[in-house]
Design a protein around this ligand. Structure first.
Ligand code: 4AZ
Length: 417
């Protein structure tokens, strides 16, 4: 017998649920696909480092190419970096190429060889061998471009992140952004992160922080003469490394303290010393040397500089245990010596830096520590040594520093560096 089927619910009434269900599933699937796509396009990428060297055929090697501080070294390195960058930017590797850096210029025959590291970002699925071949073919075309005659070597070595770090920490003045060849540079806040100022040293008297210093080689630390006036005996001194003075990464004994003979506690002239460590330190990401400027390097008024140290945050306050950094600007000695300022006490071997309004300054306990500036190739140079000032952070009373360029030859005589 036919019986009409009971109408449980009219089909029209569950259609909205079905539609919603289908929509949710579709949106979910689309989101998943988009996610996977983004992952493979963006997050599947990894940084790859390569090393190669380039023979510069039309430049003769001179002594001036012996130090990254000279104008000659800087301009030649910049030209090489620009040529390599242009070559990759105009190639099918333009989206993979990140940055290149000349690590060293060396003499070969009468010519120059540049050691170069290059950074690329590409998909993890990419074959490294294929990548190397592609890089090689771009570099081969380099020889005929620009007014530098460059002969690229056929040898390209792939470097691990650790190899790259080792290569760049042997060079002077590299901060973390250069060690990773990252595109951006960031200096934020006040407290330093480990590795931010890898040359910063705490010079400690009986294991208590007394003065700052800057590592200029694996055995020599640059500091101020006035730090050692009352305590010239090296046996009471140690040098520590790392951002904390209470739990340092490394502590090394001091073998010798060579303070400038001409230091005067009255005028504070010649406030410079070099401290020899008892053993060489091994350079690493967080411990390595700063560059020394050339004697002829000019320090430009109003340019940005950074001062670092464990000094007190207010005049008469306590030293801090975590390294602090302050951004200041170079102030011309003429301005610094105005009657409202230091009225003539800033001598030719000194340098002023601070903010016109005061506020950011070195203070007690920062003495001996470095004032550093970055060059166009992102290498950092020690241009000043914290020396003196009228209290801290007052308007018209900036920090006064020993001007390192004025003592470049003295440093060379004492240390051979
Ligand atoms: C000091 O007594 C000291 N504001 C160091 C630097 C400055 C002042 C005092 C500069 O060690």
């Amino acid at each position: 017998m036919y019986r009409p089927r009971p109408m449980l619910s009219p089909p029209r009434s569950f259609t909205p649920f079905a539609v919603a269900f289908v929509v949710i599933i579709t949106v979910g699937l689309l989101a998943m696909m988009a996610g996977l796509l983004i992952h493979f396009l963006a997050f599947d990428k990894k940084a790859y480092f390569y090393h190669s060297n380039f023979h510069i055929l039309n430049v003769e090697y001179t002594e001036a190419l012996n130090s990254p501080a000279t104008h000659e070294y800087r301009t030649l390195s910049e030209r090489i970096e620009a040529m390599i960058t242009d070559a990759f930017r105009g190639s099918n590797l333009k989206s993979e190429f990140i940055r290149t850096h000349v690590v060293k210029l060396r003499k070969e025959g009468s010519g120059v060889v540049a050691d170069v590291v290059m950074k690329f970002r590409s998909s993890k699925r990419n074959n490294r061998k294929v990548m190397k071949t592609r890089i090689q073919s771009v570099l081969r075309r380099l020889s005929s471009s620009g007014n530098l005659e460059i002969a690229p070597s056929n040898e390209i070595t792939s470097l691990t992140d650790q190899d790259t770090e080792n290569v760049l920490t042997q060079e002077c003045g590299a901060r973390p952004d250069l060690i990773t060849l990252s595109e951006e540079r960031i200096i934020g806040g006040k407290q330093a992160e480990p590795g931010d100022w890898p040359w910063q040293v705490s010079l400690q008297l009986n294991n208590v922080h007394h003065c700052g210093g800057a590592l200029i080689s694996n055995t020599w630390v640059l500091s101020a003469a006035h730090c050692f006036r009352s305590y010239p005996n090296p046996q009471y001194w140690t040098a520590t490394f790392g951002v904390s003075t209470v739990s340092p990464r490394l502590r090394v004994r001091v073998r010798a303290i060579l303070a400038h003979d001409g230091y005067s506690s009255v005028t504070r002239d010649n406030d410079i010393a070099v401290v020899q460590l008892d053993r060489p330190v091994a350079f690493s990401r967080n411990i390595h040397r700063v560059c020394l400027p050339a004697a002829t390097q000019s320090i430009v008024p109003d340019s940005v500089a950074y001062v670092t140290g464990w000094g007190s945050l207010t005049y008469g306050g306590n030293a801090v245990t975590n390294l602090e950094q302050g951004e200041v600007r170079i102030i011309s000695s003429e301005e610094c010596n105005m009657p409202a300022g230091y009225g003539g006490s800033v001598l030719p071997g000194m340098l002023c830096a601070g903010m016109r309004s005061g506020a950011v300054d070195a203070c007690q306990g920062d003495s001996g520590g470095p004032l550093v500036q970055e060059d166009t190739r992102r290498l950092w140079f020690v241009v000043g040594i914290v020396s003196w000032g009228y209290q801290c952070g007052l308007p018209n009373k900036p920090g006064v520093y020993t001007q390192v360029t004025a003592y470049r030859n003295w440093i060379k005589q004492q240390t051979g560096i």
